[in-house]
Design a binder for this molecule. Structure first.
Ligand code: SF4
Ligand code: FES
Length: 363
């Protein structure tokens, strides 16, 4: 098969001290009692490595909330995987950064909600969060861990892109990922408050271009644009079941973060089936793999092996059919739904967030 598992995102927990209104976690957050045990995670890590997987992203929620994170980092190091901790930064200080480095951690990605402390804390839903993120990024850098700053941008902070880049440089980061919000999970609940205007987006894109020229060689700047404002969709996850797997806190193997929103798709439990079998043969990974499942206009489109038809979860959310062309594509028959959402967010923007919380959890 052409597909090869290269990266696993291990969503160790949905517990998190922050409450970002664009969180990609599902609305029904998993409880602590549902989380997979450390021994199972360690076995899955070894299985992934034996399949040729190269990277593991420890994610959440906040992975530092797991008491056994160091053991899992150690398991990844022993298996030869490059490990990345995706963190809010809350709970990462000099001591923890040193311990994780000693356990074999390679890389840390600290999220910032804004370069302005007050705004950062409002978006994160936690007072004092900005100061703790600074401490975390400094601790990671001082411990000798490779550092990426992750800045998710949207209507409230998109004009601060230059300041966020300056912040990343000041913190000693090697890379900054400026990612416009992707509209699934909690973000889909909040798009009237989050979606930037076209003018804001264009300005941010210019700011990124200018910063790339100014900081060439000193900082890598990755930039993810919002496909609501693009002519063609993103290749979500690099294509369904092509290179990546997400494992939920409860141990379900998912082709993407939001796959559980697709109602008629069955997901395997990594505790009861070998990872290689799930990757190669499970119904969930087969359903939208490759191009055979596509209908027109994707089926005969020259970009079908470039963007793989866009995002299945966005197609479900906006077109009511996970097998449809992503409505973000201008060629999709349902593209007017995206235009309507953009118009609504532009004409009737909301200032209020529905923050991520466990109050709507069903597990
Ligand atoms: Fe991509 Fe399908 Fe749009 Fe072509 S028609 S650009 S394959 S989403
Ligand atoms: Fe599921 Fe894009 S989030 S395919």
């Amino acid at each position: 098969m052409n597909e090869r598992l290269l990266a696993v995102t291990a969503e160790l927990t949905h517990r998190c001290p922050l409450a970002c209104p664009y969180c990609s976690n599902p609305l029904a957050l998993a409880r602590k009692r549902d989380e997979m045990a450390g021994g199972d995670w360690a076995r899955v890590i070894r299985e992934a490595a034996s399949m040729g997987c190269l990277h593991i992203h420890f994610s959440g929620g906040e992975p530092l909330a797991r008491g056994d994170l160091d053991d899992l980092v150690e398991a990844a190091a022993e298996a030869g995987l490059y490990s990345n901790l995706i963190t809010s930064g809350i709970g990462l200080n000099d001591t923890r950064a040193g311990q994780l480095k000693a356990a074999g951690l390679d890389h840390v990605q600290v999220s910032f909600q804004d370069s302005v402390p007050r705004s950062n804390d409002r978006i994160a839903g936690l007072k004092g969060a900005f100061a703790r993120k600074i401490e975390a990024a400094e601790a990671a850098h001082a411990a000798g861990l490779a550092l990426t700053i992750n800045a998710v941008v949207h209507r409230a902070n998109v004009e601060h892109v230059p300041e966020m880049i300056d912040l990343a440089i000041a913190l000693g980061a090697e890379r900054i990922e400026i990612a416009h919000v992707q509209y699934y999970g909690w973000a889909a609940e909040n798009h009237a408050a989050l979606l930037p205007t076209r003018a804001q987006l264009d300005r941010a894109t210019q700011d990124v271009e200018a910063a790339r020229m100014a900081h060439d060689g000193a900082l890598v700047i990755d930039y993810v644009v919002p496909d609501f404002h693009a002519a063609r969709p993103k290749a979500c996850m690099g294509g369904w079941g092509r290179r990546q797997m997400v494992i939920s806190p409860a141990g379900r193997a998912l082709p993407c973060h939001a796959a559980e929103t697709i109602p008629d798709l069955g997901f395997d439990d990594v505790r009861t089936k070998p990872l290689a079998e799930i990757w190669e043969r499970s119904e969930a990974f087969q359903r939208f793999r490759g191009t055979a499942w596509m209908t027109e206009p994707c089926r005969s489109c020259e970009r079908r092996e470039v963007d793989w038809g866009g995002c299945r979860c966005q197609a479900l959310a906006l077109a009511g059919d996970a097998g449809a062309t992503d409505p973000a594509c201008e060629l999709a028959p349902t593209h007017d739904r995206v235009l309507a959402l953009v118009a609504r967010a532009t004409d009737h923007p909301s200032a209020d967030y529905r923050y991520r919380s466990f109050s709507s959890a069903v597990t």
